[in-house]
Design a protein around this ligand. Sequence first.
Ligand SMILES: [Zn+2]
Length: 115
Amino acid sequence: MGAKLRVRRDDMVEVITGNYKGVRGRILSARPREGKVVVEGVGMVWKHVKPTRQHPRGGRIEREAPIQASNVMLLCQNKECERYDRPVRIRMLLSPDRSKSRVCTKCGRAIVTEE
Ligand SMILES: [Zn+2]
């Protein structure tokens, strides 16, 4: 269930509400079915882990928990935009070749994430 996410892995986003309001981070994973995303450094929780090679002693590690995708926004990358480097609403634009891009509703410029 849930609407398709407008954000995806590697996007740089800003949290717009909650304890992490104003914090920016990269999306580590997107979970469209849950409508959630995991953002680097956001929503930190302690997790108990069993000993593994990576964590030989096990115990507690701090990790990001998924947050609602609707709580994050993309940033406009267009320097001429009045909302440059700030969170912006986006709309989906379907190109003639049927590829989709996400554009800032203020300036109409596509927001691109390098992979
Ligand atoms: Zn813009």
